[in-house]
Write a protein that binds this ligand. Structure first.
Ligand code: SF4
Length: 212
């Protein structure tokens, strides 16, 4: 019945279904490094009170998971008392070199701190000495950045994981972590309220608000 079927909705529902099958589910004693490398408040909202933008989440999740599957990506657990921290690496070359891929619309001049934090944590959890973050664009351009292994950065990840672990258990929302990523975050309004006032506030803090 070609005329009566809503094909847009049919495709959307199918992609959401596939992405849900690909999702890994963690309880409050299990935290993925991805949740720590980004804003903890965002990670908390995603678990406890997510805004449902299921379709755009589904597409990016299928894309990232498919890439990881093709590259034989691996997840490993790092245990600290009752907390397990999980890290997923996209590709390991020669059993020695960790590579994590980040899709971007434009190739950046330098690595984002969150991506450095993520790959550095992978280097500790997988016990490897070399790691790269690779940014690639839809046109097939890519650039790689070497990550220098840092114990201090890994300790920061562990500390942040412990705090998120505690807050999830106590159902307490982490504080706002203002950064330039807030402007594209789906929880912007939840954190900063009315857009105009918030951009002004962020502009005052960072000098990064919309100046138009
Ligand atoms: S708007 Fe900023 S502080 Fe709020 S959840 Fe998003 S990234 Fe975190």
């Amino acid at each position: 019945m070609l005329g009566t079927r809503n094909f847009h909705k049919l495709i959307e529902d199918e992609l959401i279904r596939i992405s849900k099958n690909l999702e890994l589910h963690y309880d409050s004693n299990n935290i993925h490094v991805l949740e720590i490398a980004r804003c903890s408040r965002l990670s908390y909202f995603e678990r406890m009170d997510p805004l449902t933008d299921e379709f755009s989440n589904a597409v990016s999740s299928i894309f990232k998971n498919s890439l990881r599957k093709m590259l034989n990506g691996i997840t490993r657990e790092y245990k600290i008392e009752d907390l397990s921290i999980f890290a997923t690496v996209d590709l390991i070359i020669d059993n020695d070199l960790i590579i994590n891929f980040v899709p971007v619309s434009e190739i950046p001049k330098g690595p984002h701190p969150n991506d450095l934090l993520y790959t550095n944590a992978c280097m500790f959890i997988f016990e490897k000495e070399s790691g790269f973050v690779v940014y690639f664009s839809p046109e097939g351009k890519f650039t790689e950045f070497n990550v220098i292994k840092s114990k201090r950065m890994f300790e920061q990840v562990v500390r942040r994981a412990r705090i998120l672990h505690l807050l999830l258990k106590e159902k307490k929302t982490p504080v706002v972590e203002p950064s330039e990523l807030c402007f594209s975050c789906k929880y912007f309004q939840r954190c900063f309220g009315q857009q105009k006032e918030s951009e002004h506030l962020l502009d005052n803090i960072f000098g990064i608000g919309n100046k138009n």
